[in-house]
Structure formats: structure tokens, C-alpha cells
Write a protein that binds this ligand. Sequence first.
Ligand code: GLU
Length: 466
Amino acid sequence: MSQAITPVRTRIAPSPTGFLHLGTARTALFSWAYARHFGGEFVLRIEDTDVARSTQDSVDQIIASMNWLGLTYDEGPIYQMQRLDRYQAVVDSMLAAGTAYRCYCSPEELEEMREGQRARGEKTGYDGRWRPAPGKVLPPVPEGVAPVIRFMNPPEGDVTWDDLVKGPITINNREIDDLIIVRPDGVPTYNFCVVVDDWDMKISHVFRGDEHVNNTPWQINIFNALGAPLPKFGHFPVILGDDGLKLSKRRGAVSVTNYEEMGYLPEAMLNYLSRLGWSHGDDELYSREQLVAWFDGTHLNKSPAQWDPAKLEWVNSHYMKQADDAHLAGLVQAQLLKRGISAELPQLKAMAALFKDRCATTVALTDWLAMYFNDVNPSADDLATHVTDAVKPALATFADKLAGIEWNKASIAAAIKETIAAHGLKMPQLAMPVRALVCGRVQTPSVDAVLELFDKEIVIKRLRSA
Ligand code: GLU
């Protein structure tokens, strides 16, 4: 039994073939929180050996999303493609030690092998024809064939580990074959690089998605063949979409970037993501600091969590209400700019303060604030219901009064009162048409507060358009 690796060091090892997926983000989050909880370190490793699909743009996106979520790493990014010499050295040592060997099977030969196995009703897998054994005569080395290098997997016995999420898992070695660790082009494969990296980087706890659970027996065998201490492994169940199927691009947003663009706040994302497969009693809303204080690797769920857009919205609304107005102003400023509107921060700060309570996202907030800068289009229904001939004279009076006042909430409120008194109206009879005309919608915070943030001339112009 190997000794526990100390101190705690975790890692996230994304393949840079796209944006940071929500599942990977959650693994990163748990790995990060676990390291922080135990005062350990968190490493970012870029698994870019799939050269055809890896891009620097994707690396940049992944790092941007990590930064956005505040998942600070202590080392990295470490690129696997910059470690090829190291992998080569380890492969050489394994060839010398007899724990790896060259295999010259062509793809056609392998396919033929599998067909034969299928025909005989056997489990498909490499049959070990190039695997050296005492007294065994290997086939003649064919000319012009670049070999792969295979790991000499132990032929018998069990591989067992106590998964941090799933509990004890045992696989018999007869179920797994001799894995390719170096491709014909000389580039080593995932299951091999990951072991050399986790070993070299002194990773104590490997957290990753369920899809890798079948790889872990091979990796444990390679660790053992290298005489390397074993990290602990934990595999998180997949995240299901709200339709109960695996979250997928085809059915909705799956990258962290998508949610940033949709106007979610990183603190809300962090809070929400952490509840997918982990719990701390009944707590739903908690800070990053609380998460770190609580996250000790217990209370991890074995069954898949379900993505719940409505709950995420609820969590985000909470953080919107709590958000600093100046901070929201900055976010909204950037979003307005994307819509071709440039606005000043002090003005946006006051607007954010007024509207943030009713907005689930910063995009919803921006939708609200757009009325201050762009023309509005009240619905025909709202106009017909509220901007009646009976109320039009009052609207004219109101516009006239506004023209003469000092522009602040108290004076606007006074002008409203005077107008309704003069025309014998009730408050909503004036407030609703004013909202429809000026804001383009009839549900708003109190009219004086909303109007105060407009340019006076715009308000008067919109009122007079009736
Ligand atoms: N590159 C792998 C992935 O993105 C990492 C798996 C692991 O953490 O070992 O799924």
C-alpha cells in the first residue's frame, strides 16, 4: 500500500479543444476548493497532445473562464507538448525495464484481430502478439512499419482503489489489455502522459469526470510499474441537462463563456456549480470563503446532478441584489457598448441601484437600461389601454410642468401630484401611460425614481409623442 502523498496538490487538466465545459469547470472548482481547504496547491495542466484538435485560442478561453470564476492556480499552465522529452525518457526507461514493448501490428491487422474475436464471441482487445514472454518467439519485425509502444499490463490480479466519490472499485486485469502509450508518430497517449504528469507534479488527489473511470485501472498499473506513489482518485458523475440527458451543446449552453455572455455573475456560477453533486446541509447560498471552509471532499454525490436553469437564475438574482452598484455599472457598461451604446459609469451606477432587484442577470439589467439610451416601442396594447384620449390632456400638463422644474426625484414627484390633482385622476391613471410612453413598458419601479435618471428632454419628447 503506498503512502499518502503530501501536501495536498490537485489539478485540472483540460484538453484545449473548445471552451471550458461546465462539467470541467465543476471539476476544476472542486479540485481548487479541495486544495484551498487543506492549504494545498492547485495546478493547471493543458493536455494538448491531440495536436490536430488543440488550439491556443481554446487555451486562452479556458484560462479566461478560470480567471472569471476566480479559480486561481498556483502552477501552470503546464503544456504537455512541452514535456515530450520527459515522456520519451520515461518510455525509454520502461522499454529497458521490460514494462513496455514495441508492437508492429498494422491497423488492418488489429481490425482483423477484433473481427476474429467478435466472430468467436470474445471480448475485443489486443491479443498480446508482440508482448514478449520467456521462451516466446515474436513475429519478424516488418519493414517500414512505425511501431506503437504498449504498456505491459499485469496479466492477472485485481486493480482496486477507494474512489473519493464512488467508493471502492475493483477491476480484474483480465478485463484490460496492453494499452498503447506511444502512437506511431511518437506522440504519447493520454493515459500515459497523465501518469507521468501526476507523478512529476506530485498530485495527491486526482478529481475528474466519470468518463475517465475506465482509464484509472491502466493508470494505476502504470504508476505501479514506474514505482510512483499513487494519488487518490475521485470521479464525479456527469451533469445531466434539465431533460435528464447528458448536458450537450446541441441542447443548450454548456460552456462557462456562454453563461458569462448570458449575464450570470461568477460568484453565482461558483455557488450554483458547487451544488451540483455536493452539499453542505441545506445551504444553498454561500460565499466562496464558506465553500472553501466546508469543502473537505465529503458529501459528494454518487448520482448525477441535474442542471436546473431556473435555480441558477434564482441564485444569480440573489447575487445581483447583493452586487455592488459600481461593479454592476461596469458590467452593464460593457454590455451596452456591445449594443453600440456608450454610457457613463456614475449614471449607470444609479440605474443599476434602481433596477438590480428585479433582474435575474446583467443582460436583463442591460435590457432595462437600454430605454435610457434607445427609443422605446410601447406595445399597441399598452398604448390602447393606458394612453387614452381622456388622459392625454393630463400628459400634456405633466410634460409642461416637467419642462419648468429642477430635474430631481422630489420635483418630479411634486409635478405628478399636481397633475393628477388638476385633472382629477388617480395615481395609476397617470403613472401607467407615462411608463408606457417613456419606458416602453408598464411595470417599473416608482415613476419619479425612474424618470429622474432620464435626460429631461427625452422624457418630455416621449410624453409629447402621445
Ligand atoms: N484531458 C482530460 C480531459 O479533459 C483530463 C482527464 C484527467 O483529469 O485525467 O478530460
